[in-house]
Write a protein that binds this ligand. Structure first.
Ligand code: NOJ
Length: 544
């Protein structure tokens, strides 16, 4: 039952996950405790004070399961086993206990649109046409349509039987057939397995893709470069998510956040309106797509476009829907290189400005590991320096075939590659990630840019999180952009009842005259912050 104090003055139901700040750990690259060069679960335990010190409430752990790692763990071979490179189930239990003891919660990745082709279900499914598990995946005796894999090439691969199976990602990631009730039953069972251990919810990988239109129409011409907008709109996605909620999620006090690749703002409420009982939140992609052209390649972005994303999101979601705020994760470049200025002069300050944006915006904020240190992209110049299969496939399909010049390819990858975020964390000026050979090279700038030299940025994150936690207006408050057309300044109010905050961010290295309150801000990224805004100034004023 809801009581009056559970409702904010502007009508939101208060929930722990709305007030939470989430920190994402990509375990392979976080910290290696045993010298094998790969980050592991004991490594996270060893660095828990670093996470706790920020004041975050929830850790999102990217996949830690048994996997052949075609896609770094997003291809799961056994949902109930910890990847040997990460440790054991006992290590997982210790990590969970340590997180709880530190007063935080843990959500894990649920990757159930597809499995690895090495999962026992697929081994059985592909073994013969009449195997009982044949219908766990999506097979056809001909290639039914022109769907493409998100990672390039056809989404259909012909197997030894002569039949074709569907994979919206790599051929090593066959898509599960959610129309089969036995598949749904088994997925719900594995969810209970982890929930019964005490995990506090799931980040759900490409969850809107689970339902397929089995009439398999070809891709419409205008969505050929963006097939995710087709894949995310299958006929039964809402039925299945509602069923999952009813049978599993509603039985626990947990949070869910769906990765909603291909979901428009208009369709967002269908997934997260609390009255529908599907998901709590989704990751909407509009903000991290402001610098991508219609062909998916990088193009310069404008602050007014980024501001418009937040304004549109706010207008599209009423008090029954709760947004997320993120500008980086393991699939995106480093936040400061993308939206800030990673030059020596402005890197620290612009990293702090971006933290200010994320942690004062409406919605649950997600921080990606290393952003609190101001880590940057690197300049890749040779294909051998990459790890991500998406990049390697694109090289094979688009550069080796002569469609794209190598220089243009590297220029694009140096903006957008997922590998920027996947380099191991430099804990010290010596590297400090492992005593062995790292599975993937650290950013060559680790001697200058690392956890130690990033202490001021870290402290700023911690101050912002403490401020957010102490002020419901920064969590639930109404959002109002007060200068939507200004080319350099992002300025907005957050208001709840009588309390109002004004946030002013200068997204440029130029000094800008802007009408700021005469008094000192309550928090800023520059000590002497009053009067004209200096480059990358970020200020928070309390207006009451
Ligand atoms: C989204 C994940 O975030 C990404 O890393 C992965 O490659 C795809 N889904 C496929 O699972």
């Amino acid at each position: 039952m809801q009581t009056a104090d559970m409702i904010t003055p502007n009508g939101y139901v208060r929930r722990w996950w709305k007030a939470a700040v989430v920190y994402q750990v990509y375990p392979r690259s976080f910290y290696d405790s045993n010298g094998d060069g790969i980050g592991d679960l004991r490594g996270i335990i060893a660095k828990l004070d670093h996470i706790k010190g920020l004041g975050v409430d929830v850790i999102w752990l990217s996949p830690h399961f048994d996997s052949p790692n075609a896609d770094n763990g997003y291809d799961i071979r056994d949902y109930r086993r910890v990847g040997a490179e990460f440790g054991t189930m006992a290590d997982f239990d210790d990590l969970l206990a340590a997180i709880k003891a530190a007063g935080m919660r843990l959500i894990i990745d649920l990757v159930v649109n597809h499995t690895s082709d090495e999962h026992a279900w697929f081994a059985e499914s592909r073994s013969s046409r009449d195997n009982p598990k044949r219908d766990y995946y999506i097979w056809s005796d001909h290639k039914p349509n022109d769907w493409t894999s998100i990672f390039g090439g056809s989404a259909w691969t012909q197997d030894a039987s002569g039949d074709w199976y569907l994979h919206l990602f790599d051929p090593k990631q066959p898509d599960l057939n959610w129309d089969n009730p036995a598949v749904r039953h088994d997925v719900y069972d594995l969810m209970r397995f982890w929930l019964d251990k005490g995990v506090d919810g799931f980040r759900m990988d490409v969850i809107p893709f689970i339902s397929k239109d089995k009439s398999f129409p070809d891709l419409p011409e205008d969505l050929r470069a963006k097939p995710q907008y087709v894949y995310a709109n299958g006929p039964y996605v809402h039925d299945y998510l509602h069923e999952m909620n009813r049978d599993v999620l509603s039985q626990y006090d947990v949070m869910t956040v769906g990765e909603a690749f291909g979901v428009t703002l208009v369709d967002t409420p269908k997934l997260i309106d609390e009255r529908r009982q599907e998901l709590d939140m989704i990751f909407q992609f509009a903000a991290v797509e402001v610098d991508r052209g219609p062909d998916g390649r990088w193009r310069p972005w404008r602050l007014t476009d980024l501001k418009a994303v937040f304004a549109r999101q706010d207008a599209a979601l009423d008090r029954h829907c709760w947004p997320t705020v993120f500008l980086s994760n393991h699939d995106n470049p480093r936040i400061v290189s993308r939206f800030g200025d990673d030059s020596q002069q402005w890197r620290e300050k612009s990293a702090m400005l971006l933290a200010t944006l994320i942690l004062t915006m409406k919605g649950t904020p997600f921080i990606y590991q290393g952003d609190e240190m101001g880590l940057t992209n690197r300049a890749f110049s040779d294909i051998s320096q990459f790890n991500d299969l998406w990049t390697l496939n694109a090289w094979r399909d688009e550069v080796e075939s002569g469609q794209w010049r190598p220089e243009a390819f590297f220029a694009n990858q140096n903006r957008l590659s997922r590998d920027h975020a996947r380099m191991p964390i430099p804990w010290t000026a010596e590297g400090g990630f492992t005593t062995g050979t790292p599975w993937f090279a650290l950013n060559p700038n680790f001697a200058e840019i690392n956890a130690t030299t990033g202490q001021d940025i870290y402290d700023h994150y911690a101050r912002l999180i403490a401020l957010r936690h102490a002020n419901p207006a920064l969590i639930y408050g109404d959002y109002e952009d007060i200068a939507p057309d200004h080319p350099q300044i992002f300025a907005y109010r957050r208001t709840l009842g009588d309390t109002s905050f004004l946030i002013i961010l200068n997204f440029s290295s130029e000094a800008v005259a802007f009408d700021c309150p005469a008094r000192a801000p309550i928090l800023a990224n520059d000590n002497g912050s009053t009067g004209e805004l200096a480059g990358w100034d970020a200020r928070i004023y309390r207006l009451d």
